[in-house]
Design a protein around this ligand. Sequence first.
Ligand code: F0G
Length: 459
Amino acid sequence: MKTIIEPFRIKSVEPIRMTTREQRVDCLKAAHYNLFAIPSQDVMIDLLTDSGTGAMSSEQWAGVMRGDESYAGAPSWFRFRDVMVDITGIEHILPTHQGRASERLLVEVMIGSAGDGKGKLVPNNAHFDTTRANIEHSGCATIDLLTADGQNPATDSPFKGNMDLDALEKLLSERGDDVPFVMVTVTCNSIGGQPVSLENLRGVRALCDRFDKLFFLDACRFAENAWFIKQREPGQGDRPVEDIAREMFDLCDGATISSKKDGMVNIGGVLLFRDRKLFDKTSNLLILTEGYMTYGGLAGRDLEAMAVGFREVLREDYLRYRIRSTEYLGEKLLEAGIGIVRPAGGHAIYIDAAAFCPHIPKEQFPGQALACALYEAGGIRSCEIGSVMMGEHAHMELVRLAIPRRTYTQSHIDYVIEIIMEVKEQASSLVGYRITEEPAALRHFTAKFEPIDSAVLTP
Ligand code: F0G
């Protein structure tokens, strides 16, 4: 097979500030070993998130110039709305400033304000943190209904994001009255960007019809999910990816989207409803906190950038490169004997930090130790997803390498691989960390750490 090249050339560049190990040791100390506290100027390869950190195309930048900043009814709004209706077939569209704003509005309209959700329960294949937090803020409980395969990082099953349909049927038959709506996240971020099959989405639809429930997609990475379906689901290989994406949307009653992922923009979100009454009610809520319903807290130029981005993300040469380049990183790490969540996800690779440094007990945060070591050795910023982030709820000690869209070339990724292999050779000298200061909630963003032993890696 020929090398799959980046299907773009570079028109505008942003210099990376090269740092030395000594400078990075100082940066780590000053940041109290929390990578969120490191200024991005001191990061060489930033794999903290794929959200809003990608590159826009020349057409998107042209859209930015075209942006009409009228308060109401700007042509930018109509262009954006028409693209979203065309892609999704869902008629009622609201723009929001990002995904979590769409989630907050969905919760308010479907469940109510804080306290109204007591005794209720929303199922998802696996809720993303902000979705869970918004639902739970209403007092409503959340439950993840992944299949057994989805919970096993070592298997290579094609659709690990699938909802456990038996568990959903049981839940709806036993507690149906308490379920305000059903949600499925495509791809499923919480377990590594794993896709959901069309067959599974059809199964969820059938159960929602039987139990008279509305079905919403968390469609942040809908295009990556559609590409996985085209590659992996029997009978789907010859279909245009737009058709597959359209069928995914045809199966649901609405969706929340963070455009910072497959919208290929730096800021923006969407909330979609098939039902006119829900849309009207939510429009009033949108005006209350986000803005008038033809801009929803965004500038006209942001709507233009989204209108172009949502089209570009469905180009097959882009998706082929996107999914293959993430897989390339995963493949090389596996070849080097480094454990990752398998198979490679769409937007990120998750390293098994517990296996990487087995001498560090989870109480001493092996994921934090690995994330700090990758920064010290190569200026790479990753994200711990383990006992620091999840506390006692952590099932695994992972380090996420999220890949921003159209931002890094293969040589950047080859460098990341080299650094990880270099750190692996010295893994036994990595030390654990203790927390010296932490807030009451969401501690991973602001906690301070110190190494339990002050030994540093030798270059
Ligand atoms: N749903 C999913 C599946 C997400 O991955 C995210 C964000 C959101 C909702 C919320 O969107 O950030 O625009 O408010 N995920 C980012 C990440 C933050 O790094 O995985 P938002």
